[in-house]
Ligand binder design. Structure first.
Ligand SMILES: O=C(O)CCC(=O)C(=O)O
Length: 306
């Protein structure tokens, strides 16, 4: 029994590969996150002596501000996340993308090509790709050439991207069901009738399968692109953003947050009770006190078969 996902959302997740949740965050939550993005970026620019127009991405953003940390178990998003991918999960990445408007004379490359003067100047205009299937990143196992289901992300636009051309995320509905080799064969170009440019208000959210082909268009607006992605994957995979989170951060977190941050809430040995003779990664085990999200999910549904 689902915790929160409606039949229509399930259909969209299974057929298209994503669920669009318009105006998901409250205006107060959105403002807090947007202010946090400005604060963190300005701190890092000062620390690193970067000019204000620098475009950059912050990974493990949850460690930079409590507003980002609070997103990982957002009380209305967590049930949808568990419905989508289950309770045996942790955070794979939290990334903030911050892209000021282009300088006046910088020409934008075509959407989805990853090519053009903007890309060369370091203003990202990301080419079509599924996550988990490039030559450099995670040579993935395949199921008849397709990607197995291993992770989701939740995308949060923190600025008004309801118009075209402001660094919108593009998705190709249903493409997660296709082998990545199809995209290669198409020379990484997705025809217009297979592509959707997301035009969303600040505070909306998109829960998406990262195997869905996606790209990011150029930001030709006068607005700064400020967006967050929160990625969840299975506990037995390795996160991209951390080996272990800061123990001080973990000490202040609830057991569910500790699980999501890749820790073992029981405080037990990660290699089990007999680490010398019979080491057994506790990340391969799903014992309740190390996976409190399971008990939480079961208590939400009251359905023992969950
Ligand atoms: O910046 C974005 O919105 C998307 C970045 C991206 O391509 C990804 O998350 O894999």
């Amino acid at each position: 029994m689902p915790l929160a996902m409606t039949d229509e959302q399930r259909r969209s997740f299974d057929e298209d590969g994503f669920i669009i949740l318009e105006n998901f965050l409250t205006p107060t939550e959105t403002a807090r996150l947007s202010d946090a993005a400005d604060e963190v970026v300005s701190r890092i620019q000062q620390e690193k002596g970067l000019p204000p127009e620098t475009h950059f991405q912050i990974r493990n953003a949850l460690s930079q501000h409590d507003a980002f940390l609070d997103l990982i178990d957002h009380p209305r998003m967590l049930p949808l996340v568990v419905d989508a991918i289950g309770w045996n999960i942790q955070i794979r990445t939290t990334h903030l993308d911050y892209r000021p408007p282009y300088p006046q004379d910088l020409a934008a490359g075509a959407v989805g090509t990853g090519q053009g003067a903007d890309s060369q100047a370091g203003y990202r205009n990301i080419a079509w790709h599924p996550d988990l299937a490039s030559r450099e990143i995670f040579q993935a196992p395949s199921l008849d050439g397709r990607l197995p289901f291993m992770e989701i992300k939740v995308f949060y636009p923190l600025f008004d991207m309801s118009e075209s051309g402001c660094g919108n995320l593009w998705l190709s509905p249903g493409s997660y069901l296709r082998p990545p080799s199809d995209l290669q064969a198409m020379n990484r170009q997705v025809p217009d009738d297979q592509a959707l440019e997301l035009k969303l208000q600040a505070g909306s959210a998109v829960l998406w399968r990262t195997a869905t082909w996606h790209c990011v268009g150029p930001n030709q607006s006068q607005k700064t692109r400020k967006i967050m992605h929160v990625g969840y994957h299975y506990r037995w995979l390795r996160p991209t953003d951390y080996m272990q989170q800061d123990p001080e951060l973990l000490a202040h977190c609830s057991p569910i947050r500790q699980q999501l941050l890749g820790a073992l809430p029981s405080g037990g040995d990660p290699m089990g009770s007999d680490p010398d003779i019979a080491p057994l990664s506790q990340y391969w085990q799903a014992k309740n006190n190390d996976v409190p999200l399971r008990a939480w999910a079961e208590s939400q549904t009251k359905d023992e078969a969950y």
